[in-house]
Design a protein around this ligand. Structure first.
Ligand SMILES: Nc1ncnc2c1ncn2[C@@H]1O[C@H](COP(=O)(O)OP(=O)(O)OP(=O)(O)O)[C@@H](O)[C@H]1O
Ligand SMILES: [Mg+2]
Length: 245
């Protein structure tokens, strides 16, 4: 705290810059963005000369941060696209800017890791309980759920995803989701029969297949969909390294 004397002689206590910085640093640590993505920002997300959908995604992300919390009506983002397009980079960038600029209580969760931690909590030798793991997930003002659908579907997985998404939906909290799976429903029995085995294998899995159609449809209510397309950045960088570029 520092004491400010106003021109009328009154004194005010004001939080000084260094204290604000310490608080922001702590909030960033609590947000739990993985080391690899700590230095990722909207500024470092390149879109020039790339697929137009990347520019559109970046513009939307910018608008999302600038307008937060107004104008979004509690809506989050569902960032969809194949591997290496920068989905996690964008989500981590948005979350960190919200923590820094808007003092949001944010949390980053890797979907697969979160489900593993919950499963582990059933093991008697582990001290954490399911609720102690889920509480921060329920309470975060903005949650990033990275790589939704990455865990092989089962009844338990579907129930757990439903538990998390329904809790956040009920509280009108903002959730930012990334996924590799196309934002499409699962096949009806008729479609599945018509495709046959070969056709089904060619089609690949959708988000509906991985988290269930009910939860996929809930996400359309909770989020604005951002579709990203283009070239896998990791592959391109590996190729460049191999060529010594
Ligand atoms: N447009 C971009 N500008 C700058 N860096 C990028 C861009 N796209 C991807 N990258 C970088 O490429 C790497 C891979 O990106 P990222 O992990 O965000 O991809 P992803 O879409 O989440 O992939 P996956 O589906 O496999 O999780 C990261 O280091 C990221 O910072
Ligand atoms: Mg990712």
């Amino acid at each position: 705290m520092q004491v400010i004397r106003a021109p009328d002689g009154q004194q005010y206590a004001q939080t000084c810059d260094c204290q604000i910085q310490v608080r922001v640093e702590r909030a960033l640590q609590r947000a739990g963005v993985p080391e690899r993505y700590r230095d990722k920002s909207l500024q470092s997300f390149e879109s020039a000369g790339k697929h137009p959908s990347l520019y559109a995604a970046l513009m939307y992300a910018r608008k999302f941060v600038d307008n937060y919390p107004f104008g979004m009506n509690g809506l989050g983002l569902l960032i969809v696209g194949s591997s290496g397009l920068g989905k996690t980079h964008l989500a981590a960038g948005i979350l960190q800017e919200l923590v820094i600029e808007k003092r949001v209580n944010g949390l980053f969760c890797d979907y697969h890791e979160l489900l593993k931690r919950i499963q582990n909590s059933y093991n008697a030798s582990v001290s954490s309980t399911e609720l102690s793991i889920l509480r921060p997930v329920f309470e975060a003002e903005v949650l990033v759920l990275d790589d939704l659908g990455a865990t092989r579907p089962s009844d338990w997985v579907w129930d757990t995803v439903a538990h998390i998404l329904n809790a956040r939906y009920g509280r009108n909290q903002t959730t930012i989701i990334t996924t590799n799976y196309p934002n499409e429903p699962s096949l009806t029995n008729r479609e599945s029969n018509a495709l046959g085995n070969a056709g089904r294998a060619m089609r690949g899995e959708t988000l509906g297949d991985r988290i269930g159609d009910r939860m996929r449809s809930r996400l359309q209510e909770m989020c604005v969909v951002i579709e990203m397309q283009g070239e896998d950045r990791r592959e391109r960088e590996n190729r460049a390294q191999f060529r010594g570029v």
